[in-house]
Design a protein around this ligand. Structure first.
Ligand code: ADP
Ligand code: MG
Length: 351
């Protein structure tokens, strides 16, 4: 084209149209400042961090939230000074999966810290996360609130030396008291006799450096129930899914370490209305009993009679490939973007 024929006025006119379009797009975004807060992983690449509950794909979340909100950024917190600067900026929302920071001589819990400064955040407080991460404590809270959970006791090598001292009946299920990702759970977790009981308790002490949580074995189906709390009226929405695991070489279905690592399980919706309602009630009651906030996941297993039992809770559920997202997709037909928007808008309206 003959560019020189285009007059300056014409160029200006086109410029004006373009920039007014651009302004229009910007002005339809919501004027909120959101900081996506992350912490450096000082270990090997992608290694497990005890202080991180939700591993965020921060770039992806930035990209999603920027479609709807005006000022979204990623903040890496390296020191207490960085954290102090964050609260001075007083963003409208901190979107983070960090539980706590290790600073020189102390740990600072992110959500409790933000609470002190009246800054909205996603997910639960330290108290609720503590209730959840220790399964002994979580199960005691269930018992106190009349929520069904398998009978259990805690032990260490040398503490139960005779078969007659074991307070519940075989078969038993043995796992570490605190855990995650099924670390320490394998086919030897199911025990039918005293000898294998002693062996598994020792294995957990040596390899996981943990006392053992010994439970009655639940042989029925397994479920996970995603929970979304409405921050305005406090109502809970339950999103149950069934987790289907193939039988192991002994004919049992457990979500052990290898099954999770290799993504061997599949998930489906719960189409039976009676089961759906039972799971939803159990999960909502458990979430409330633990003091959960905003979102979470309650894991449930049935016994041989088809009665659902609380297994464990996760108040900082993984968002990407995890069961939480799949529970949103299968129950609400939600896209990943919509799930992130829901979490953010819930957080923004929480104060
Ligand atoms: N009492 C039990 N009876 C039968 N299977 C169980 C029992 N407790 C746990 N499991 C199985 O072990 C898996 C891991 O246990 P869980 O407590 O969820 O540990 P993690 O925190 O590592 O996910 C569960 O998903 C379930 O398949
Ligand atoms: Mg689990």
């Amino acid at each position: 084209m003959i560019l020189k024929d285009v007059t300056k006025t014409e160029i200006n006119a086109v410029d004006n149209i373009l920039s007014s379009k651009k302004n229009h797009i910007i002005s339809t975004k919501i004027n909120k400042t959101i900081e996506i807060v992350i912490v450096p992983n000082l270990g090997e690449v992608n290694s497990h961090q005890d202080n991180v509950g939700i591993i965020l794909e921060e770039r992806k979340i930035l990209q999603i939230l920027s479609k709807r909100y005006n000022n979204v950024s990623i903040t890496k917190i390296n020191s207490e000074k960085d954290l102090e600067a964050l609260v001075r900026r007083k963003p409208d929302l901190v979107f983070s999966g960090v539980k706590y920071f290790f600073f020189k001589d102390k740990n600072i819990w992110l959500n409790d810290y933000l609470e002190m400064f009246g800054i909205p955040y996603i997910a639960s407080s330290k108290a609720a996360l503590d209730n959840e991460s220790n399964k002994n404590r979580a199960k005691k809270i269930m018992q106190k609130n009349n929520i069904r959970t398998a009978d259990f006791f805690i032990t260490n090598p040398g503490e139960h030396l005779k078969e007659s001292s074991i307070p519940i009946k075989f078969p038993l299920f043995i796992k570490p008291v605190t855990g995650g990702d099924s670390r320490g759970v394998d086919k030897n977790s199911i025990v039918f006799n005293f000898k294998s009981f002693t062996a598994k308790v020792l294995d957990i002490k040596i390899n996981q450096n943990s006392p053992s949580l010994v439970e009655s074995y639940l042989s029925g189906k397994e479920y996970s129930v995603g929970i979304f709390e409405d921050s305005i009226d406090g109502t809970l929405r339950a999103m149950p899914i069934e987790i289907i695991v193939k039988k192991n070489i002994d004919g049992h279905c457990i979500l052990d370490f290898d099954v999770k690592k290799n993504d061997e399980e599949s998930v489906t919706i719960v189409s039976d209305v009676v089961i759906f309602d039972k799971l939803s009630k159990l999960a909502k009651d458990s979430f409330r009993a633990l003091g959960g906030k905003s979102l979470g996941r309650i894991d449930v297993k049935m016994d041989h009679l088809g009665i659902p039992h609380f297994i464990e809770a996760n108040l900082m559920p993984g968002l990407r490939k995890g069961y939480f997202y799949r529970s949103c997709v299968l129950n609400l037909d939600m896209s990943y973007d919509d799930m992130i928007f829901s979490i953010a808008s819930n957080g923004l309206s929480s104060h």
